[in-house]
Design a protein around this ligand. Structure first.
Ligand SMILES: Cc1ncc(COP(=O)(O)O)c(C=O)c1O
Length: 396
């Protein structure tokens, strides 16, 4: 056994997998509470399938088709499935041709395909800050360097256009947007898009707009999708995990657009990447045309829940704690007193209140102290959990 251990220690795994292996302090406390049988109220919930939403049973028979026994692979996804995605966007006034759609198993996989398409090792992409914590892994796994461009808050979130432009150099191959951003819930404005288009056209940079939460607008705000954006080479990402609250079905899409010649070239290269994996399963592609017709049934429930929890929270905030404005998505950010660190707060909420929340540093907020709450849990759980932490915050 000892010699096996020694061999394992020395095995020359790829350096990109040298991630820290130890459990962080927050997860240690969670594990400990669970071992002691203590129930944790989870305000980090991001899985829609276990938060009490009503999934129409009629979604399931669509998987029970004899067509599922045939395998007729198409690198970019079955044409009927791509047509269904195009139709879904057409309902929202976005005209996308099925030939500009590439299906993938997840948006994470879509990011990988796009990194393989756009970026050589040693080149970089720009990502927003604060934003989706998985970017670091998604990019490092693909040997892609990245730099973070700031989003700034003045009562609303904005792109810091000057800072973004300052980060662009000859090695910059793509700018990633999250629209609306996770966790700030901010959509990009027309003015910001015009700036980005100019910048990316000028420097031959692609835009990747992650729009998985686009359907979840919580108020009538100015929101612009980049689907069909023509000025710069653009890839919009969406998928079943948020559009239909079905992350387990593993189906997402890339909508490609931009100047025709570049687009054509991009499409044929992407097709070869997709053909190498053929990763989207047939049953889900066959079900997609039927499923997407029912997307609004899930979206309406989630929007109603997120609004109800958001309104309850706003009505119960006391001084010292402020909710930052959020326009869409499933999360809310609270600015809390910086009398202790985010980690200390989060550990205290866990140990004393048995409530789990995200610390702002998880999303790379520039300063302390912020926490992020999921608005997905059923109202009774949300109110109990948020009520406990607000009470604690009042005592500052
Ligand atoms: C911004 C963003 N993009 C993508 C995803 C995940 O999508 P998928 O399940 O399709 O990989 C998430 C999940 O929370 C997300 O927050």
């Amino acid at each position: 056994m000892a010699h096996v251990k020694k061999l394992m220690d020395k095995f020359p795994f790829a350096l990109r997998t040298n991630w820290p292996q130890e459990t962080n302090a927050v997860n240690k406390v969670i594990e400990n509470l669970k071992e002691r049988g203590i129930e944790i109220l989870d305000l980090t919930a991001s899985n829609p399938t276990n938060n009490g939403f009503n999934y129409p049973e009629l979604l399931l028979p669509a998987l029970n088709s004899l067509d599922n026994l045939n395998y007729e692979p198409d690198a970019c996804g079955k044409i009927q499935a791509r047509e269904a995605v195009a139709k879904y966007y057409a309902h929202q006034q976005q005209l996308i041709s099925p030939q500009d759609i590439i299906l993938t198993a997840s948006t994470s996989e879509a990011y990988s395909f796009l990194m393989r398409l756009l970026v050589n090792p040693g080149e970089k992409v720009l990502v927003p800050r604060p934003s989706y914590p998985l970017f670091q892994f998604l990019l490092e796994i693909n040997d892609v360097d990245f730099a973070q461009y700031p989003l700034v808050y003045d009562g609303q979130w904005h792109l810091d256009c000057q800072a973004l432009e300052g980060l662009v150099d000859a090695k910059t191959k793509a700018i990633i947007l999250v629209n609306p951003n996770n966790p700030t819930g901010s959509y990009i404005s027309n003015k910001e898009l015009a700036f980005l288009n100019d910048l990316c056209f000028k420097h031959k940079i692609a835009i990747i707009s992650d729009e998985v939460f686009f359907d979840y607008a919580l108020a009538p705000v100015e929101r612009v999708s980049l689907a069909g954006n023509q000025t710069a080479l653009t890839f919009v990402l969406g998928g079943l995990s948020k559009t239909m609250a079905l992350p387990q079905m593993k189906c997402a899409w890339i909508l490609a657009s931009g100047p025709q010649e570049i687009l054509q070239d991009a499409r044929s290269r992407l097709e070869i990447i997709a053909d190498t994996y053929l990763s989207v399963n047939t049953p889900v592609q066959n079900a997609l045309p039927f499923w997407l017709k029912h997307a609004s049934q899930l979206q309406e429930q989630i929007i109603a829940r997120v609004k109800e929890n958001g309104q309850w929270l706003m009505a119960h905030l006391k001084e010292h704690t402020q909710a930052l404005s959020f326009e869409g998505g499933w999360y809310v950010t609270l600015r809390i007193p910086a009398v202790k660190s985010e980690e200390e707060w989060v550990l205290e909420f866990l140990n004393e209140d048995h409530v789990s929340v995200y610390p702002g540093y998880f999303f790379d907020f520039e300063k302390e102290a912020y926490i992020v709450l999921s608005l997905l849990p059923p109202a009774s759980i949300f109110q109990e959990a948020a009520g406990r932490i607000l009470k604690r915050l009042e005592r500052v």
